[in-house]
Design a protein around this ligand. Structure first.
Ligand code: NAX
Ligand code: ADP
Ligand code: K
Length: 505
């Protein structure tokens, strides 16, 4: 699914209107009817609906929703803000239609505003500004937003919380953005909905399909996508009847140090559950028995050192390499990691301490092999690119790093983002907060190693691996609950996740 900028969303509406022989007012009617349905599904007529409408088309939506709720006998009040006297045509039509229904509970505000008392029982419908917002809210509108936010009412935003920009909110004034409980967004989510710091504005969100021109959607270009299950399924390659383990690749996992053998175990277990032919784990001597016992399917290659990764190993026999889980940050390990990079001629994953070690020796960044996959969480990325003040800036810096190194970056968290060297960003929809616990990332590294060893190209491996990792997390949540689930449960859920993605529906 593509994610468009607000400008593109407005172009999409205009294109749909001119090419699909639908009038603008009827497209708005469609949006309003879907919004009304979504509201009626959630709240009954005991709740008073207070509609705040602006003078643009977002206000037009809100006024049409007010009419539909009124005709369904909901108690409705409308506050319409006409500050400049400039009202969109569709908004005007909807004022007229509302009044023609006999609706009288209508307050028009042009300057002084005596706000209605908002109670816990009220539903505020926010139709002040949508995709047309062009600067942070200030003055009277800021006061209205702050008034709504200070109330106990439930807030439903139409298309977007008023005041929130669709992409970059670096220079926004945060207290002047509506804090919605629910956002009913038209056609597609906005990029800013996928950023952690905007959760308090967007609340829960639902996408309403108003039938935007398919042709426009097909041709419009954007670097931002949400990965869909159908896409992921199409990436999976079936095994041939005469498959043998040599065809499914031999991977090398360089992981573990004294006290962190578990990371090597979890990555290896996940790898062995993701279709790899053969796996070798290179780990310090102290972890030998642990890995042999807990992952008997894998071969163990001992490092020369008792406790740390201290000696680069021969990579000639492998189709893919993963370095990092639980490696530690001893100086000798950092130097060895960098030295090892020089012989990584096959697809490579760099995770956790491999990245932390690189961030200590940033002048060696250019030794990262081209096309490598880097899997940082937010902190690990910032150690590489510097502190970021928000998610948009972090994404921009990750894109710069990916382009500079010509590598793939998997920026982990909710909506894990896969950034390609060409600058495309794929947001992953699976996964849940139960995965925010030690070891979950090691599991992902194991999955990615398995996919690369089997010959999946980097981009496919990232999109497929991250999706299945999150899906296994979702299955683990079903089984164990969000509090108790841990990385071991994600590994245990991998067979079912893979089955789900390969079974015909
Ligand atoms: N037929 C259509 O065009 C459809 C439009 N739709 C709705 O239309 C919305 C977009 O409508 P518009 O393009 O009219 O934009 P908005 O309704 O978001 O805002 C438009 C007006 O706000 C002013 N404005 C922007 N930022 C401001 C600020 N900080 N302070 C004060 N005024 C400010 C602009 O100058 C403009 O006049 C979407 O978000 C969606 O809700 C949907 O109903 C789908 C159909
Ligand atoms: N709130 C969340 N929603 C979805 N996925 C999450 C969430 N929190 C964490 N995850 C996933 O869990 C994994 C955690 O990895 P990481 O931070 O490297 O943990 P560790 O280093 O402990 O293994 C990542 O793949 C991340 O995307
Ligand atoms: K809005």
């Amino acid at each position: 699914m593509k994610i468009l900028s607000c400008k593109q969303q407005r172009e999409a509406d205009a294109y749909t209107i001119s090419h699909e022989s639908i009038l603008s007012i009827n497209l708005m009617e469609k949006a309003a009817s879907l919004i009304t349905d979504a509201i009626c599904r959630r709240w009954d007529k005991a709740r008073r609906m207070i509609v705040f409408a602006g003078a643009g088309n977002n206000g037009g939506d809100a006024l049409a929703v007010a009419r539909m709720l009124f005709l369904k006998h909901y108690p409705v009040e409308v506050v319409f803000f006409n500050v400049t006297g400039k009202i969109s045509e569709e908004c005007l039509t909807n004022i007229r239609r509302l009044k023609e229904c006999g609706f009288a509970n209508f307050t028009e505000v042009s300057s002084q505003f005596d706000p209605p008392k908002l109670t816990r029982n009220d539903i505020v419908i926010d139709g002040l500004f949508g995709a047309g917002l062009n600067k942070p809210l200030s003055g009277g509108f800021a006061a209205v937003v702050q008034y709504i936010n200070a109330s106990q009412s439930t807030v439903v935003s139409i298309d977007t919380p008023s005041g929130l920009m669709g992409e970059d909110n670096t220079y926004n004034v945060r207290q002047n953005i509506i804090q919605a409980d629910l956002t009913l967004t038209i056609q597609l989510p906005k990029l800013s909905f996928l950023f952690a710091e905007n959760e308090e504005y967007v609340g829960e969100w639902e996408v309403l399909d108003i039938g935007t021109s398919q042709e426009f959607m097909k041709n419009v270009t954007t670097p931002y996508y949400i990965t869909e299950e159908a896409k992921v399924r199409s990436l999976i390659r079936p095994y041939k009847k005469f498959a043998h383990k040599g065809m499914r690749g031999h991977g090398l996992l360089i992981a573990g140090s004294y006290g962190m053998g578990g990371a090597a175990v979890m990555a290896a277990q996940a790898c062995m559950r993701s279709g790899i032919g053969r796996l070798t784990v290179h780990t310090p001597i102290c972890n030998h028995n642990l890995v042999q016992t807990l992952v008997p399917q894998a071969t163990v290659e001992d490092d020369l050192h008792e406790r740390f990764f201290a000696e680069p190993t021969d990579l000639d026999n492998y189709q893919a390499i993963a370095i990092g889980p639980g490696l530690g940050q001893e100086e000798i390990t950092a130097k060895t990691t960098i030295e090892q990079l020089d012989s990584c001629y096959v697809p490579t994953v760099l995770d956790a301490d491999a990245l932390n070690n690189l961030s200590v020796y940033r002048n060696f960044l250019n030794r990262v092999p081209k096309q490598a996959i880097l899997t940082p969480h937010v902190k690990e990325l910032e150690r590489l690119v510097g502190r970021c003040s928000n998610s948009y800036e972090r994404l921009s810096k990750a894109k710069e790093l990916s382009s500079y190194l010509q590598c793939y970056i998997v920026l982990k968290g909710a909506w894990t983002t896969i950034i390609t060297p060409e600058g495309n960003c794929y947001f992953n929809p699976t996964g849940n907060p139960g995965m925010a616990t030690g070891g979950s990332g090691d599991v992902l590294t194991g999955i990615l190693l398995a996919l690369l060893a089997q010959g999946y190209p980097q981009e496919a491996a990232c999109r497929l691996g991250v999706y299945v990792h999150g899906l296994a997390g979702d299955i683990a949540r079903e089984r164990q609950g969000v509090i108790s689930m841990n990385a071991a449960d994600i590994i245990e859920a991998l067979p079912e996740a893979w089955k789900k993605l390969t079974e015909t529906k």
